[in-house]
Design a protein around this ligand. Structure first.
Ligand code: FAD
Length: 267
């Protein structure tokens, strides 16, 4: 397999970096090819702005989706963005790894998504009409590939349980798993989450590392989260609403968009 790890932590001696190295070591030992995009290390520019579109005439108003489309079609995206798109095309599996910061990803990683997910590549793909709303949510440029998150969190697992005060981890990660990964086509594997990460000692690290090695060895076989496909018949088009009656009684919120509400726990 060809695996791209996009890594977002500023400290090379961090727990996150140690886990990244465990993953890379195990994947390479299995004979897989791994590429790493270490965002802090490469000084990744996190904000999308006019500098992303060098061919936009000086007096023209910047409209990001349109400028992005023009630059993508003309192969005029900046070199750093073009290189990341090349890596996404190369990889059959994408791993995003980050510490949970304010219930989401660090800004530098969000900026990677904002800039690399160009219009025409990650969105704006396929026919858009009143019969079809593009190739997305299971279809698109990255369809047929797998993706997963490796996340460390300071909070307790119980606090992220279905009735936990922080909100369920599956819900917090839904915008990333569904909106960022499934949207351009990825099959999304259940996330690997380390809770109470700040309290981890060496013995705890070894347990977590072993759990992570297990996930690296089952990357190709782990069943993906059962997200519904946009164009699989479950949604009314163009309303893009789930047809009534497909969900189990009582299902609400994000769980509506899974063919069965509980993806289960695999760690
Ligand atoms: P590190 O700080 O690098 O290490 C954590 C511990 O692991 C240390 O005690 C270290 O000694 C130990 N360790 C054990 N073995 C090793 C090893 N082999 N290598 C390295 N270290 C090891 N948490 C939440 O739950 N929800 C939030 O919304 C949230 N928001 C945050 C926002 C910000 C801005 C920040 C800074 C933190 C936030 N946190 C939150 C906590 C955050 O998720 C954790 O601090 C982070 O995930 C810990 O991972 P790390 O890689 O930074 O760990």
């Amino acid at each position: 397999m060809k695996i791209l790890i996009v890594f977002a932590h500023p400290e090379p001696r961090s727990l996150s970096a140690s886990l990244r190295d465990v993953a890379i070591h195990d994947l390479e030992a299995q004979g897989h090819e791994v590429q790493l995009s270490n965002l802090y290390d490469k000084g990744w520019k996190s904000e999308i702005d006019r500098d992303d579109f060098p061919t936009l005439p000086a007096g023209d108003r910047l409209k990001v989706p349109g400028s992005s489309r023009g630059a993508f079609d003309a192969a005029a995206l900046t070199a750093d963005v073009g290189a990341e798109i090349g890596k996404l095309r190369w990889a059959d599996t994408l791993i995003l790894q980050f510490p949970l910061w304010w219930f989401s990803m660090p800004a530098i990683l969000k900026g990677w998504v904002d800039r690399v997910y160009a219009n025409g590549f990650a969105y704006g793909v396929g026919e858009h009409s009143d019969r079809r709303w593009g190739d997305r949510y299971g279809e698109g440029a990255l369809a047929g590939k797998r993706a997963m998150l490796i996340v460390t969190a300071g909070g307790w697992e119980e606090h992220y349980a279905p009735r936990g005060i922080n909100g369920p981890m599956d819900d917090l990660l839904f915008p990333i798993n569904h909106g960022i990964l499934h949207y351009p086509g990825y099959e999304v594997l259940p996330p690997f989450v380390v809770y109470r990460a700040d309290r981890l000692d060496e013995a705890g690290f070894e347990l977590v590392a072993e759990r992570l090695r297990g996930r690296m060895r089952t990357l190709a076989t782990t069943p993906p989260l059962p997200f519904r496909r946009q164009n699989g018949g479950d949604y009314l088009i163009p309303a893009m609403q789930l047809r009534p009656g497909l969900e189990a009684p009582g299902t609400a919120g994000f769980a509506l968009h899974l063919t069965h509400g509980d993806p289960g726990k695999i760690d």
